[in-house]
Ligand binder design. Sequence first.
Ligand code: NAD
Length: 290
Amino acid sequence: MNIAFIGLGNMGGPMAANLTRAGHSVTGFDPDAPAPEGVTMADSAAAAATGAEVVITMLPNGAILRQVAGEVIPAMPPGAVLLDCSTVDVESARAVADMAAAHDLLALDAPVSGGIGGAAAGTLTFMVGGSEAALAIAAPLLDVMGGRTVHCGPSGNGQAAKICNNMILGATMVATCEAFALADKLGLDRQAMYDVASTSSGQSWSLTTYCPAPGVGPTAPSDNDYKPGFAADLMLKDLGLSQQAAEAVDADTPMGAEALRQYRAFVETEDGAGRDFSAMLPRFAARSRG
Ligand code: NAD
């Protein structure tokens, strides 16, 4: 396939390289990132998108996505697919899908989980919103870049799934970290705490796959001095998106709101910026009730 790839950063770069390795022709655009392996760089997003059957975007946020969509959509041939893999707000995803439809184009929102490791290994999970027809065209590309695709419904539903999942993740990570810090102060050995909670009702992905306590459970960023992994800044972004969505539809999400408050304080006023999101554990361990 002829593919344009806009946004070749930490995630987009390795995703685009996997597409070229699978034999696809990829033209890329990014004002800052170097050309990934096999990708021909264009001078603008519109130039990259001209004649592309699928235009993939992997961008920082919804405002940039809307701007890039405004540039690429007029350049895309009718029937082509705009496949956005960024994590953005639901409203932007739906607005971009409407813009695409007005130009006889198809659109999918397909945010990912799996992080930089999953992008490099081609094992991402895609959460997809949009039509069956668009997904049928994009599916072979999703199969190259990822290991699993879940069709979540119409446009915007991929982003809805992503932010709801990450709201659970943020809340369970805060809860897991504060529980370990409490266990420390109660004199409970971290391994014992892990052995009990990982096989009891306190179990979660935050504990058993991504344990915030170094030396306990499977290898995770906590074992690498909390280098990301999944940065606290990105968790803060995703928790902001879930609260924005909750406000838009009048949903009551107190745990998500509290997780946002905790990550905002950690990233903006403490030393959380640039650290893994599980570095909440040393944060709580160093704190008292105040
Ligand atoms: P990144 O900052 O490394 O890459 C974003 C790229 O977009 C940059 O290279 C930037 O130069 C480029 N860009 C910005 N404006 C542009 C424009 N107008 N035209 C073309 N390119 C432009 O970020 P990332 O880590 O690759 O994340 C990308 C998206 O994936 C984000 O929405 C993020 O939330 C999501 N995501 C990231 C991870 C992760 O672990 N990094 C995991 C899941 C989802």
